[in-house]
Design a protein. Structure first.
Length: 107
């Protein structure tokens, strides 16, 4: 869900998870909270994030690759990522955490 892949048959998936006693993972919860903490909240933070993630200066990031992922995706968003995108990403992560961990961090 975090990576944009939604369950095809959510009810069947949930039933199967219950049937095999698959419990919520504190490791997954912690990872999602970590990812939420590094969401860039404005354009300057996004540029820093892109440079660190791609291990290159902003000036070296090009649009020569697919705009769907990696360097190509960053090149599309570098000029337009703003506080609204940061807030939207925060809200999406909060929704995922609430959906899969309604009681908070598992023990």
């Amino acid at each position: 869900h975090f990576w944009g892949v939604q369950p095809v048959e959510a009810d069947k998936l949930k039933a199967k998870m219950i049937a095999v006693n698959l419990m919520p993972s504190n490791k997954i919860y912690d990872r999602l909270v970590k990812y939420q903490s590094i969401i860039p909240m404005d354009n300057a933070a996004f540029k820093t994030h892109a440079s660190v993630f791609l291990n290159k200066p902003i000036s070296a990031i090009t649009a020569d690759q697919s705009p769907d992922y990696g360097e190509g995706w960053y090149s599309v968003w570098l000029p337009k990522y703003a506080a609204a995108e940061g807030q939207k990403a925060q809200s999406a992560m909060t929704a995922i955490l609430t959906k899969y961990f309604p009681s908070g961090r598992p023990l």
